[in-house]
Design a protein around this ligand. Structure first.
Ligand code: PLP
Length: 387
């Protein structure tokens, strides 16, 4: 567990992306946070040490990352994990057997799998609802409900959840409100300011942004929650190594620059795709005809680089994902390089078919993660693949 220092909070977002939680190395003056590649720390005498005993519990590189992301999310405590799902695993460990969770139905496939197939067996119960309407959350509450969990925008349907409205419901009922902010990133959306108690990230995606590590992060501004998460982080030990923390710290420094470019590419390509004869539907919250565009404008500062397109033909979808050359066919998203994927058979294959069908996640849906290459090249690549 790492707590943010007060002096970080006064600076603007881009300044904090570069500096928050980090200072020159005390021993050498190194400007960049060193990779403290160690498992343990020497003690001068019994119980006499510099605050570092064992690297599952404390690591200076990890702490710098935790402080930086906590600052960017407007929280006070950050906790790094070995993956986004390890962060979710720890989140669910805040609960006890018998507790009930209300989750958005259109969440990351692996999150759904962890809930239903792992924690379902261990005594938690889950109700999956369409979070586009906050009333669905209110109606699913039972006496056993302890947590509400959601993503916005969702992967890959680009559904939005009204965080402020759901926050009012959870606050009135004393429920824990957890938001997976992986897609929007704190540059575009800050759930803690809108009523969430806890923000979750797969740092694998935009926060690191270079597709060269796997990681997760939790941020809260609540001291009581921080204490319990800190206990769980150490007790269960799903922590990342210092090298991956350092890569993520390095990636974070350019988060604002990258997000502006992802957003510019996303807006441009989404608008162009709506005019393409082979594309039946474009899912992108920045489009004026997105059913929740007004909400997107209200709670987000930008719309990012994730676009899903409905091609109405599964064979065409397969051809398109196999034909692009700049967009690489791969799982994952949020890197500097553009990726293309087929959610039904890739990222969301573990979501039960009836649930996929109910939310419109068809076999002819293609997902784009627009990178920071020249937009003209991305457009030309999609043009030739669709043609
Ligand atoms: C990838 C992803 C996760 C899982 O994160 P990992 O780092 O792969 O464990 C969770 N939520 C969202 C929205 C994701 O895209």
């Amino acid at each position: 567990m790492t707590q943010l220092r007060d002096d970080d909070a006064h600076h603007g977002f881009s300044t904090r992306a570069v500096h928050a939680g980090q200072g020159p190395d005390l021993m050498s003056g190194a400007v960049m946070t060193p990779i403290y590649q160690t498992s343990t720390y020497v003690q001068e005498g019994l119980g006499k040490h510099k605050g570092y005993e064992y690297a599952r519990t404390q690591n200076p590189t990890r702490e710098a990352l935790e402080r930086c992301v906590a600052s960017l999310e407007g929280g006070t405590h950050g906790f790094a994990f070995g993956s986004g799902l390890a962060a979710l695993d720890t989140t669910l460990k805040l609960l006890s057997a018998g507790d009930h969770v209300i989750s958005g139905e259109n969440i990351y496939g692996g999150s759904h799998r962890l809930m239903e197939r792992v924690y379902g067996r261990l005594g938690l119960s889950f109700t999956f609802v369409d979070m586009r309407d906050p009333e669905h959350v209110a109606r699913a509450i039972t006496p056993a409900t302890r947590m509400v969990y959601g993503e916005t925008p969702t992967n890959p349907m680009m559904f939005l959840a009204d965080l402020e409205a759901i926050g009012h419901i959870t606050q009135a009922r004393g429920l824990l409100f957890v938001v997976d902010n992986t897609f929007a990133t704190p540059f575009f959306q800050q759930p803690l300011r809108l009523g969430a108690d806890l923000v979750l990230h797969s740092t694998t995606k935009y926060l690191n942004g270079h597709s060269d590590m796997v990681g997760g992060l939790l941020v809260t501004a609540r001291d009581d929650l921080a204490e319990r998460i800190g206990f769980l982080q150490n007790a269960a030990g799903g922590v990342p190594g210092p090298m991956d923390c350092w890569l993520c710290l390095r990636g974070l420094k350019t988060l604002p620059l990258r997000m502006r470019q992802h957003d510019a590419a996303g807006r441009d390509l989404a608008a162009w795709l709506t005019t393409h004869p082979k594309v039946q539907k474009v899912y992108y919250p920045g489009l004026p005809d997105h059913p929740q565009h007004a909400l997107a404008r209200r709670q987000m500062r930008g719309f990012g680089g994730m676009i899903s397109i409905e091609l109405g033909d599964a064979a065409l979808a397969r051809r398109v994902v196999e034909r692009t050359r700049v967009f690489a066919l791969a799982e994952s998203l949020g890197g500097v390089e553009s990726l293309i994927g087929h959610p039904a058979s890739m990222t969301h294959a573990s979501v039960p078919l009836p649930l996929r069908q109910a939310m419109g996640l068809t076999d002819s849906l293609v997902r784009l993660s627009c990178g920071i290459e020249d937009v003209a090249d991305l457009k030309a690549d999609l043009e030739q693949a669709l043609g």
